[in-house]
Design a protein. Structure first.
Length: 290
C-alpha cells in the first residue's frame, strides 16, 4: 500500500495490476478496463458527478473508480468481493482524500442507501462495469424496488452488447422481451456507448455496451409491479403463441381480459407496446380481485 500518492501520481493500471498481482479470475467475472481515457468517458455518461454520491459494484483495480473521482464525484462507495483488490483501492482512497469508501462484500447482499450514507442535496447514482454473472440480477433488483421514484437518479452500467440491446429493444423486434418492458416501464433508457471486447483485459468473447437509465414517473400509478411482471412473463414465456393461448394459465377469463384491455386475441407478445402491457396488467388486477 502506498500513502504518498496523489490523484496525479497514481500509477497506470497495468503497473497496479503487476504490483498487487491482480491476475483476472473468471470466478469473479473479472475483465478489467485499463484505459483511463475510456473509464473517464464512461464516468461522463453518468452525468454531473460533482453533486453526486456514486455507488460502484466491482471496482477491481479501480479503473472506473478513478474515472468517477477524476470527473469530480463528491464521493464514491464501492463494493468489491475480491479481497486481492483492496490494497490497490486503498491507494486510490488515500490519493483522493478518502472520497472513496470501499466495502469488502457481495453486491447482491448490500443495502445500498444504508451503505452510501446519502446526504441531503446530493444525487445518488450507480455506475459500474458489472460482473456479467450478476449484472442482470442487480439491474432487475434496481428496477423492481417498491418505492418509485427510487432512491437513485441514474444507472450507468456495462452489459454484454446483446443484453444491452434487449434492454433498449422496441416492439416488433427479436430482442424485445421482459427486460425491455420492465426497463422502459420504469424509466428512459439508451445505449450510451459501445465497448469492443478488445478494450478489456482479458478480452471477453463478446462486445459490450454501456446503458444509461433514468427512472421516470409510472405511466399509471395504479398498476402493481407483481401483476405487470406476471402478465409480461406469461406473454413472453410462449412468445410465438397468440396472447389468447400464452395468457391462458392466468386465473382469469383470458378473452375478457384481452377485450377489456383493447388488445386483439390473436396478437403476439412482441407486438405490444409498454403501454399495452400496462393496460393488460391493470385489467388483470381488476379481474383477479373482482
Ligand atoms: N470495475 C473494474 C473495471 O472496470 O476494470 C472491474 C470490472 S470486472 C468486469 C467486475 C468486478 O466485480 C471484479 O472486480 C469482481 O471481483 C467484482 N465482483 C464480482 N462479483 C461481485 C459481487 N457479487 N459483488 C461485488 N463485486 C463483485
Amino acid at each position: 500500500m502506498q500513502n504518498n500518492l496523489s490523484s496525479e501520481t497514481l500509477p497506470p493500471l497495468r503497473e497496479v495490476i503487476r504490483e498487487y498481482d491482480l491476475r483476472a479470475k473468471k470466478s469473479f467475472g473479472q475483465n478489467f478496463l485499463l484505459d483511463l481515457n475510456l473509464t473517464s468517458k464512461i464516468a461522463r455518461v453518468a452525468g454531473d458527478l460533482t453533486n453526486s454520491i456514486v455507488y460502484e459494484v466491482g471496482p477491481g483495480p479501480g479503473g472506473l473508480t478513478r474515472g468517477l473521482l477524476s470527473n469530480g464525484a463528491h464521493r464514491v462507495v464501492a463494493v468489491e468481493m475480491d479481497q486481492r483488490c483492496l490494497p490497490a483501492l486503498t491507494d486510490i482512497s488515500n490519493a483522493y482524500q478518502s472520497k472513496l469508501t470501499v466495502i469488502h462484500g457481495d453486491a447482491l447482499k448490500i443495502d445500498e442507501p444504508a451503505a452510501m450514507q446519502l446526504e441531503p442535496g446530493f444525487k445518488a447514482r450507480i455506475a459500474s462495469n458489472l460482473p456479467y454473472n450478476v449484472g442482470t440480477l442487480l439491474f432487475i433488483k434496481w428496477l423492481t424496488l417498491d418505492e418509485w421514484l427510487p432512491w437513485y437518479s441514474s444507472l450507468t452500467l456495462m452489459f454484454q452488447k446483446e443484453v444491452a440491446e434487449r434492454i433498449v429493444a422496441k416492439p416488433n423486434t427479436k430482442a424485445y422481451g421482459r427486460l425491455s418492458v420492465l426497463a422502459q416501464w420504469r424509466g428512459n433508457v439508451r445505449i450510451a456507448m459501445n465497448v469492443p471486447a478488445a478494450a478489456f483485459t482479458p478480452p471477453p468473447k463478446v462486445d459490450s455496451a454501456i446503458i444509461h437509465f433514468e427512472p421516470s414517473e409510472p405511466i399509471d400509478k395504479s398498476v402493481n409491479l407483481k401483476d405487470l411482471e406476471l402478465v409480461v412473463e406469461k406473454a413472453f414465456g410462449q412468445r410465438r403463441k397468440m396472447l389468447r393461448a400464452s395468457l391462458k394459465s392466468l386465473p382469469v377469463d383470458t378473452i375478457e381480459l384481452l377485450n377489456m384491455s383493447n388488445i386483439q386475441e390473436t396478437a403476439r407478445a412482441e407486438t405490444l407496446s409498454v403501454a399495452d402491457f400496462v393496460r393488460l396488467a391493470k385489467h388483470y388486477q381488476l379481474l383477479r380481485t373482482a
